[in-house]
Each structure stands twice: as C-alpha cells, then as structure tokens.
Design a protein around this ligand. Structure first.
Ligand SMILES: C[S@@+](CC[C@H](N)C(=O)[O-])C[C@H]1O[C@@H](n2cnc3c(N)ncnc32)[C@H](O)[C@@H]1O
Length: 380
C-alpha cells in the first residue's frame, strides 16, 4: 500500500489508539525513508504514552537504524519528558548510545528554550575610540554590548605596520583578539572578517617566498574562540586593480611558473555560538531598515572596486562596509572594528545611524580617525 505524507500527518493530528497502531504498522511496512520518518513524527504526537514509550524503546537502539528516525524519536522524548519521567531516561539513553552531534545540539537547544535564561545586555550609546592594542583595550568594553563586528586585521607581515615573529605567533594573537570579540558580541550576532592569502617578502632571490592561506587558518581560530561558520562572501576586484603575477608565465609559457592574478578576498561570516535561532535576534527589532529601492546581492560574489588612500595602505572600500552594515545590522546597533586603521567602517556605520566602536594602536591612524566628522569618546 502506498501512503502519502499528508495522510500520515492527518493520522498524527487525530489522536487515537487505532491511529497509533496504524502508524506503527506503516513504519514497519514502508521502505520509503520520508514516509517512515513522518510516521515516527506522527507517532510522537499521539496521546498513548505507554504505546509511544514501547515503540521508541524497541526501535531506537536497533543496529543500523536510519538517524532521521532516531532524531524524530529523540524529539518526542524531549517533549514527552516534561510529562513522563520515563522519557527523560529514554532521552538520556539515546544521548549516551549515539553520542551524536545533532542529538546533542537538539538537547542543548531544547534546554535553552525551556530555561528562561536571559543574558544581560549592555548598551554603548556613544561612539568610542579605544587607543592601543585591541587585545587589551577590548577588555574595557562590557560583555554583550556589540551587535556587529567587521574588521580587516593585519595580514600577517604583508604591510609595514605588522611585525610578528612567526605565523604561529600571528595566529595566536588573532585568536586572543577574537576571544575578546566573542565576549563583547551579543549572543547570536556576527563577526565578519576580511582576509586573503598573503605572501611574505623573501630576503633574497635565492630564497623562496612563503604564501600563507590566512583564511583557511582563521576558520580554526574562530571556532576555538566560540564562533561558528555561516558564509564565505567573495569580494571580487577588477583584474586591472591587482598586482600582476601572471606576467612571467605569459612571457615564457613554462609550466609550473603559472601564478594567476588574485582578484578575490574572503569575507568570512561567523556567528557567536548560542542555543537559539537567528529568528530570536531578528524579533528584537520592531522596525526594519528600508533598502527597498536598491537591489540585493543574491550571490556570495560581490563585485566592488578597491579603494586606495594616501594615508593608509589597506583601507576598506566604503561600499563593502555599507553592504555589511545593511545585511548584518540594524539602525542604533553598536558596531565594532578592532583593527580600525583609518576608521572607514566607523565612518560608514555612523552615516547609517549605527554607533561605532573603533580600536587602533598606531597613532598616525588614530589621528586620522580623530580628525574625522565623528565626535568619538577617546579612551587610552
Ligand atoms: C588592514 S588595516 C585596517 C584598515 C581599515 N579597514 C581601514 O579602512 O582603514 C589593520 C589595522 O590594524 C591596526 N592594528 C594592528 N594590530 C593591532 C592591534 N593589536 N590593536 C589595534 N590595532 C591594530 C594597524 O595599525 C592597521 O591600521
């Protein structure tokens, strides 16, 4: 007999001894994964706790059971554990038996939802400029006070302003900064980092220059700092704007000497780990920013011209900041750039009615930020 999902759902909605039996039969008879999963879900909706308990105890620990069914059974245990303690022990047995990431996440999510836990938020209401090493200055900010962080950290030893003893030291430093960012960012909000692979200057022609894929290594340190991966947006620049690396190959056509021109940078989008969905973050806003008259970026490739500046070697294009602010923050949010440079992100954020918090340790750039239009409260 062929069953439809709708039919099984309707059996789930109508609770009766007969429907429970019918659903268990469907689960046993069908070979279709979707049908069987829906049957498990509808079994969980029934009222007969003894029957449901017997069904789950019998099937949840069978060898080679499809995990989709186990997740549904576990879900039932979570919800029924409120009214029947047998399901609490069944739930714990399933957790122990499978030691499965999805099951653990479901459990964490459920516990959070029913804990009434409220994290205290702290509001920063005026623009702030923190002068000094951000690993230290960030410590002066209260926790849960930042709604969005966007930054472009020093690219290891690519420019004169950064100088680390080793790549390992560099990553360690970045991790310490990300951990501080984690503390100040509100639960569920985003940390967005602009990086790209970097090549270090070689000391002479006879030595090999080393290229580091910073964005690959950042994934690990961002995770270790408490964030999880959401997206990678690729910022694409016109080829005419980037360093020509392909010239050597173009002349000789010798294989192995090929080095393509790099026209992309990564925009790594991470979210601060928490046990609730993004919907909860969104629901805290009663109004929405209106960008009705502009198009939206439907793909993760953003074509934006780079910007050069006589005062700073690596400034953000304003358009990049604008899109990040548009997609990942609301008006009145407090937004942070821990490696502010000339303060581009702060300038755009302020224009878009956000409250900027900027950190910079180089006095030359601090002066540029101070000389701008924003009346920053300056802290050393
Ligand atoms: C890539 S630049 C950022 C440029 C910026 N996006 C702009 O639009 O001007 C990185 C900046 O981080 C600063 N910096 C590096 N290490 C720092 C640290 N530990 N604390 C604060 N600032 C730091 C550098 O002085 C540099 O200006």
């Amino acid at each position: 007999m062929k069953y439809s999902i709708e039919y099984i759902k309707s059996l789930g909605l109508n609770k009766s001894e007969n429907n429970l039996k019918l659903l268990i039969n469907i689960f046993n008879d069908s070979n279709d994964v979707d049908i069987k999963r829906e049957a498990v879900s509808s079994i969980g909706r029934q009222n007969d706790l003894d029957g449901i308990y017997k069904f789950i105890s019998e099937y949840a620990f069978k060898k080679n059971t499809i995990m989709e069914y186990i997740y549904q059974m576990f879900r039932t245990c979570l919800y029924k554990s409120k009214i029947d303690s047998r399901f609490e022990s069944l739930k714990n047995r399933i957790i122990e038996f499978y030691n499965n990431e999805t099951i653990n996440k479901m459990n964490e999510f459920y516990n959070y939802k029913h804990s009434n836990k409220k994290t205290k938020k702290n509001k920063i209401t005026t623009p702030l400029l923190l002068v000094g090493d951000c690993e230290e200055t960030l410590k002066t900010l209260p926790e849960n006070s930042i709604q969005l962080t966007f930054t472009s950290p020093p690219y290891y030893n690519a420019k004169i302003y950064s100088d680390y003893h080793s790549y390992k030291d560099y990553l360690e430093k970045m991790k310490n900064v990300f951990k501080e960012c984690y503390r100040v960012i509100e639960e569920g909000r985003f940390l967005i980092v602009n990086v790209s692979p970097v090549i270090t200057k070689r000391p002479g022609r006879e030595f090999e220059s080393i290229r580091y894929p910073i964005h690959f290594d950042f994934h690990k340190i961002l995770e270790e700092s408490g964030f999880y991966f959401i997206d990678e947006i690729i910022w694409i620049k016109p080829e005419s704007c980037v360093k020509n690396r392909v010239g050597g190959y173009q002349q000789t056509r010798k294989a192995l000497t090929y080095k393509p021109n790099c026209i992309t940078e990564s925009i790594l989008v991470y979210r601060k780990k928490c046990s609730f969905l993004l919907d909860k973050n969104v629901s805290e806003y009663k109004f929405y920013d209106k960008f009705e008259n502009e198009g939206i970026d439907t793909s993760n490739c953003w074509y934006i011209n780079p910007r050069s500046d006589k005062n700073h070697p690596a400034v953000f294009p304003e358009e990049l900041c604008r899109r990040i602010l548009k997609y990942y923050s609301f008006e009145n949010d407090t937004v942070l750039d821990p490696f502010a440079g000339s303060g581009t992100f702060g300038n755009v954020a302020y224009k878009m009615k956000r409250i900027p918090v900027m950190c910079e340790m180089d006095n030359k750039y601090v002066e540029i930020i101070k000389g701008g239009k924003i009346n920053y409260d300056i802290r050393k």
